[in-house]
Design a binder for this molecule. Structure first.
Ligand SMILES: [Zn+2]
Length: 377
């Protein structure tokens, strides 16, 4: 991210977030990297503190850099003037605006210490306030130029999802709340912070969805293709508020209906590579998205889990598990509905509802049945 942009964002964040801080908001711990032998740090006014006792170990005037090197039971700080030469167990890193770790730039604090899962290596965790995290994630999960009520629905869903994950990871005593696969979206997101995203996060500050006083599993996806699917159908276990809901609002999505076709030998090669075949493929048949997927190969006829087929072909190639398939004249043709797992909020549907004048509450209540909206702070 450009340096000027980072400073500008830091200023915006500080001013717009401080205003609503009546009650303390929650902090998220996001794993940036695990199993690291070295960690490169940089930042304006870079400061490194002993994580156990709080003493300042490094404090740069102007832009500072440092390298943390994994040691048995801790780390050593290198390349920073005045840093102690001994081993420190873990450190907290701060900077005036944002901390650069490797190629990424992060708001909030960065903690580096022994990786509990990889002995002798380092775990890097970004600690940042939930609302700051949301400013990054909302614009990457949903196009920031979409209507405000859709962005607000996305903000509440993403906040609820993060809080629910946080509770789960803390109950399991894990050293972070969200894993690094999620974090890449945050940085893409940090470039996509727009006034509308800030407004959506601010106007829903602290708001989450609950069901019988428990945080909702706020799943969402791009396009449902006409109706959402139950959690039972997609993941095999029922969730009372994740039911099938009709949705025609996502019709403008380019993935509302899609088709894809392969020659039989080409599909055979791909499925073989994924270990899904016995011998070569002869045919794939599926009458509709709710029916069994049947394949015929050297081992005869049998059914295949559509999820396995989607994983083998790629999640951005076979856009959903809701498809039909027919084999004819040496080709397998897929006709599909929607993009994503189809459970919970349909994002293109949220956009369509917002364009019709529905509020973010109405949007959320449509996709998550029987839930309540409440403020955590
Ligand atoms: Zn939809």
């Amino acid at each position: 991210m450009r340096r000027g942009l980072v400073s500008a964002l830091a200023t915006i964040l500080a001013s717009c977030l401080a205003s609503g801080a009546a009650r303390a908001e929650e902090e998220l711990r996001i794993a940036l990297a695990s199993g690291q032998s070295t960690v490169e740090l940089a930042g304006e006014g870079l400061a490194i503190y002993d994580g156990d006792v709080g003493d300042a170990l490094v404090r740069a005037k102007g832009r500072g850099t440092a390298r943390l090197v994994a040691k048995q039971d801790g780390l050593q700080i290198q390349g920073a003037p005045g840093a102690p030469s001994g081993t420190i167990r873990h450190v907290i890193v701060e900077a005036t605006d944002a901390v650069a770790v490797g190629k990424g730039v992060y708001f909030g604090r960065v903690e580096v210490g022994p990786d509990p899962e990889r002995r002798g290596q380092l775990l890097v965790v970004n600690r940042l306030p939930l609302e700051t995290y949301l400013l990054g994630i909302v614009g990457s999960e949903m196009n920031p130029s979409w209507p405000l009520e859709a962005l607000k629905a996305q903000a509440v869903a993403a906040r609820t999802y993060a809080m629910q994950r946080r509770a789960m990871m803390r109950a399991a005593n894990r050293p972070y709340d969200l894993a690094s696969s999620v974090i890449s979206q945050v940085y893409k997101g940090a470039e996509r912070i727009r006034p509308a995203v800030i407004q959506a996060v601010k106007e829903t500050r602290g708001e989450v969805m609950s069901h019988h006083h428990e945080l909702v599993e706020a799943l969402f996806h791009s396009t449902c293709g006409g109706h959402t699917v139950t959690a039972q159908q997609a993941f095999g276990s029922p969730v009372p508020y994740l039911q099938r809901q009709t949705c025609e609002w996502c019709r403008p999505s380019g993935r509302y209906r899609w088709s894809l076709s392969y020659t039989v030998p080409e599909l055979s090669r791909r499925l073989s590579k994924a270990g899904l075949l016995k011998g070569t493929l002869r045919a794939v048949e599926r009458t509709g998205p709710d029916d069994a997927l049947r394949i015929q190969d050297g081992g005869g006829r049998r059914t295949l889990d559509p999820r396995q087929l989607r994983r083998a072909l790629g999640f951005s190639t076979l856009f959903s598990e809701r498809f039909s398939a027919h084999t004819k004249s040496g080709r397998v043709a897929f006709q599909g509905l929607g993009f994503g797992h189809g459970v919970g909020m349909c994002q293109w549907g949220a956009r369509g509802q917002a364009l019709e004048g529905r509020t973010y509450r109405q949007i959320l209540e449509h996709y998550y049945r029987g839930i309540e909206l409440k403020h955590m702070y």
